[in-house]
Design a protein around this ligand. Structure first.
Ligand SMILES: [Zn+2]
Ligand SMILES: [Zn+2]
Length: 161
């Protein structure tokens, strides 16, 4: 079971649910809305630290969630990157995807790919060298647009054993 939390004001659960169920065959439920914690804001970078957001997710008590996925609208970063689309912490069974950089005509599809990607990490998958595979690391939107919504056959085998 995967529980999806949305930052207050967002409305994308249907897309997230469809992607995770369709590609990873996961049961998905809506966990509610949450606010990005103020302490996650980095004033120097004018971006948010997703590790703090993951901590907030962990505090939210979904009913026995196996995995938690938070969808947020603010720009996030990691060390040595200008930005990231999302991040997963398999130990905490929690992941974040940001819509901030996914806008444009393909935004719904981009969101689907990124939630499948981050949830794939929660299932134990690592990055894949196949640029068509959804587990390929997206450095740019072009990377996201080029890859498929689905796992390549090698990645699929890893989660189906
Ligand atoms: Zn990744
Ligand atoms: Zn792959």
């Amino acid at each position: 079971m995967t529980t999806v939390y949305q930052q207050t004001g967002l409305d994308c659960f249907a897309r997230v649910e469809r992607s995770l169920h369709g590609e990873l065959n996961l049961d998905v439920r809506f966990g509610g809305y949450f606010d990005v914690p103020a302490e996650s804001y980095n004033a120097l970078r004018k971006q948010y630290d997703p590790r703090q957001v993951i901590k907030r997710l962990k505090e939210l008590n979904g009913p026995f969630p196996d995995y938690r996925l938070g969808i947020i609208g603010v720009d996030i970063y990691a060390e040595n990157t200008n930005f990231i689309f999302g991040i997963a912490n398999p130990l905490l069974r929690s992941a974040i995807v940001s819509l901030f950089r996914l806008s444009g005509p393909a935004s719904e599809e981009r969101l689907g790919k990124e939630v499948v990607h981050e949830t794939g990490h929660l299932l134990g998958l690592e990055h894949c060298n196949n640029p068509s595979c959804v587990m390929y690391f997206s450095n740019t939107l072009q990377d996201t647009d080029r890859k498929n919504m689905s796992l390549c056959i090698l990645c699929r085998r890893k989660i189906e054993v």
